[in-house]
Design a protein around this ligand. Structure first.
Ligand SMILES: [Zn+2]
Length: 201
């Protein structure tokens, strides 16, 4: 195992970061409508943004994952199209809700490898990239098994990012999520939209 490998952002954060995106406990998950831990960090992104690996490593799975820690749920459907990479430092990274995947199990990657494109698959209602960094090579998720990606990625001043997400038909929902209202008071009517949950384009 190699210590101290370089980590870089898989995409450049372009849109405002809201409470909902952060690592930790969410008071009112917008898909599950209840308190739930968020094991990663969400980067809202235009649909189809190229995603690079955060570090060098090897692809250990690539494909659709419709399960969640609470079992299969027709309304949530987990990470959707996701890539998992075992980095050379022993950490395991997950990239979720992709629209396209360009790598396969066994591929070697580094910080320059484009592993897929952002999307809205699985338990997602606004195009975004879910990044998750597990401390070890484990399939377990949750706060006990993961670290806050912001603790390892190069520092960014998110208060500098003022841009709002405007991609139709998602922007109304994004505005609700990015609002200061807490909890957001979503209903199922707000989060129905999903166009690519079951396939990789
Ligand atoms: Zn997430």
């Amino acid at each position: 195992m190699e210590e101290g490998i370089d980590y870089s952002w898989p995409i450049i954060p372009k849109y405002k970061v809201c409470e909902h995106d952060k690592y930790g406990v969410r008071k009112n998950h917008y898909v599950l409508f209840k308190e739930r831990a968020h094991s990663g960090f969400d980067i809202t992104a235009d649909y189809g943004t190229e995603v690079k690996s955060m570090a060098k490593g090897v692809v250990i799975c690539a494909g659709f994952d419709g399960t969640t820690t609470e079992g299969f749920d027709r309304f949530n459907m987990g990470y959707g199209n996701r890539v998992e990479i075992l980095n050379d430092d022993g950490k395991r990274c997950v990239y979720g809700h992709l629209s396209e995947i360009f790598v396969k199990e066994g591929d070697r990657v580094d910080n320059t490898t484009i592993i897929g494109k952002t999307g809205c698959s699985g338990g997602s209602r606004v195009p975004h990239l879910h990044i998750e960094i597990r401390k070890h090579n484990t399939e377990e998720t949750g706060l006990d098994y993961t670290i806050n990606p912001l603790d390892i990625l190069p520092k960014i001043d998110f208060t500098e990012i003022k841009l709002e997400f405007t991609q139709e038909p998602y922007d109304v929902l994004w505005r609700k999520m990015a609002s200061e209202v807490d909890p957001w008071g979503f209903s199922e009517d707000d989060v129905w939209y999903r166009d690519d949950a079951f396939y990789i384009k």
